[in-house]
Design a protein around this ligand. Structure first.
Ligand SMILES: NC(=O)c1ccc[n+]([C@@H]2O[C@H](COP(=O)([O-])OP(=O)(O)OC[C@H]3O[C@@H](n4cnc5c(N)ncnc54)[C@H](O)[C@@H]3O)[C@@H](O)[C@H]2O)c1
Ligand SMILES: O=P(O)(O)OC[C@H]1O[C@H](O[C@H]2[C@H](O)[C@@H](O)[C@@H](O)O[C@@H]2CO)[C@H](O)[C@@H](O)[C@@H]1O
Ligand SMILES: [Mn+2]
Length: 442
């Protein structure tokens, strides 16, 4: 019997994901009862569009839930049990530059990978640390469930700069891919699978996929992936063109390790030449999202507000986001849920840096995650991960120290950048583009 009702603040209330997450929270009230829902954003105008629509949705579907949207940190973070954080510092305009500046130098342009991810990370660290400090000031017993990106750099920054903070860093990419794997295996839900996985965020591999009877599903899924990647001809898995290309590209590099299946993001490190070759330097994923998801979500929000009712609401439950409720429940009810989280390695991968933030299965309870051991990883993955985790660590050090040199080293270290010279050209352009967001570098 669940008596307590929770108070939740969505940090980044103006996010395109907010309406879907609100619908998901409403669909899960029986599992995770809510008494108060707040939105917090540093862009009042953007947030107001989403908040007006969500206020109507809540009024009609859950009138008992107290709702507030604010840009005032004290109002936002007082009397809170959970922060669900999905901020994008610099918004899509800066994502567009993250993706287009590297392409000027024939280098991968991507949201969270390569120079784009480094640039995004240099903006995100300050925004996340600020929210952690608000949480600790106004609701010290709260937990922050963070899926703001780039999660790898944000996780390393929170480890180094706020080591005692109650923050859990999570990513929905493995969840999205596992939903596809389950369908390929003929299962109804990804929760019918038992998986083993390791890596960094957006840089990992499945090493075991079984059903609850212990049947090995890896051979069947690998056979399918060899023909169609992670694409499925099923309406619920229809994706934007660029995502369809991404899911297809897996078949080009999954053979690099016959005993595993890769996260899609490895394409940016293993097929970066092809990605650059096929990139449209004038129209990147940021443009697709601005022309697609952003227009659709904000258009529906404005339609609901103008109608004054959500009776014809076009927002669907973002069911795959229900992992956020799984995570909140694990903390609230000590459920010991088994989830992939981005946590300090601390020996779980025995032959890898113990301070690295790795994405591995954890048992989650009221005190937080207990990582499962992975053991020794092969030289191939170890080498790739050591290079990438060094990039992520150097970015956080560069942010903390205001070090131009360390950020140049981070860019030079990235597998997506060909030389120190190109790294420096990209760095100098990014510094100019991010002058309103990055700390000063000397
Ligand atoms: N971890 C995952 O698997 C996953 C999945 C999807 C999206 N995301 C992340 O979720 C976030 C939101 O994505 P989106 O496409 O909806 O972005 P969006 O730009 O639509 O929304 C982000 C919101 O954050 C706000 N914001 C920016 N800086 C802020 C700050 N310092 N404090 C408070 N609010 C701030 C913006 O004003 C904006 O309203 C991004 O970081 C994205 O990468 C993560
Ligand atoms: O290019 P975007 O903004 O559409 O997506 C970038 C995000 O991609 C991943 O999240 C996906 C998720 O994996 C997929 O299953 C589906 O639910 O959509 C999500 C958002 O598109 C990735 O995990 C995120 O970190 C990226 O920000
Ligand atoms: Mn992710």
């Amino acid at each position: 019997m669940m008596s307590k009702k929770f108070s939740v603040v969505v940090a980044g209330g103006g996010s395109t994901f907010t309406p879907g997450i609100v619908m998901m929270l409403l669909a899960n009230l029986d599992r995770f009862p809510i008494r108060k829902l707040k939105f917090y954003d540093n862009d009042a105008k953007r947030q107001e569009v989403v908040a007006k629509a969500c206020q109507i949705i809540l009024r009609e579907k859950a009138p008992d839930i107290e709702f507030e949207a604010t840009t005032d940190p004290q109002e936002a973070f007082t009397d809170i049990d959970f922060i669900m954080a999905h901020i994008r510092v610099g918004k899509y305009a800066m994502r567009e530059l993250d993706e287009k500046i590297p392409l000027k130098y024939n280098v991968l342009g991507q949201e969270t990978c390569g120079p784009g991810g480094i640039s995004y990370g240099m903006r995100s660290i300050g925004g996340i640390i600020e929210i952690i400090d608000y949480m600790e000031k106004y609701s010290p017993n709260a937990w922050m469930l963070n899926y703001s990106n780039p999660a790898a750099i944000v996780a390393e920054a929170t480890r180094k700069l706020r080591p005692n903070a109650k923050i859990l860093n999570i990513c929905d990419m493995p969840i999205g891919i596992e939903r596809r794997m389950a369908a390929i295996a003929g299962l109804k839900s990804r929760k019918e699978m038992e998986i083993r996985y390791y890596g960094l965020n957006h840089f990992g591999w499945w090493t075991s996929i079984m059903d609850h009877h212990g049947n090995d599903l890896m051979p069947k899924i690998r056979e399918y992936v060899g023909k169609k990647g992670y694409n499925l001809d099923i309406p619920e898995f229809k994706a934007d063109t660029s995502w369809t290309v991404t899911y297809d590209t897996v078949k080009e590099f999954y053979q690099l390790d016959p005993s595993t299946l890769p996260n899609t993001y490895l394409k940016y490190y293993l097929c970066q030449d092809e990605v650059v070759e096929h990139s449209n330097r004038e129209y990147t994923r940021a443009n697709e999202v601005m022309d697609g998801r952003e227009k659709t979500v904000f258009g529906e929000c404005r339609r609901i507000a103008a109608a004054g009712t959500a009776k014809e609401c076009g927002f669907e439950v973002d069911e795959h986001a229900s992992y956020i409720v799984d995570l909140a429940r694990a903390i609230a009810y000590n459920t010991k849920e088994r989830m992939l989280l981005i946590v300090e390695n601390n020996g779980a991968i025995s032959n890898f840096d113990p301070t690295a933030m790795v994405e591995i299965p954890c048992i989650v309870g009221c005190k937080g995650p207990e990582p499962l051991t992975v053991g020794k990883i092969p030289q191939f993955q170890k080498g790739l991960m050591e290079q990438q985790v060094s990039v992520e660590k150097l970015v956080v050090e560069a942010w903390a120290e205001g070090s131009y040199l360390k950020l140049w080293q981070a860019l030079t270290m990235s597998k997506t950048v060909p030389s120190a010279k190109v790294a420096k050209l990209i760095l100098d352009d990014l510094i100019e583009a991010n002058k309103d967001y990055w700390p000063e570098l000397k």
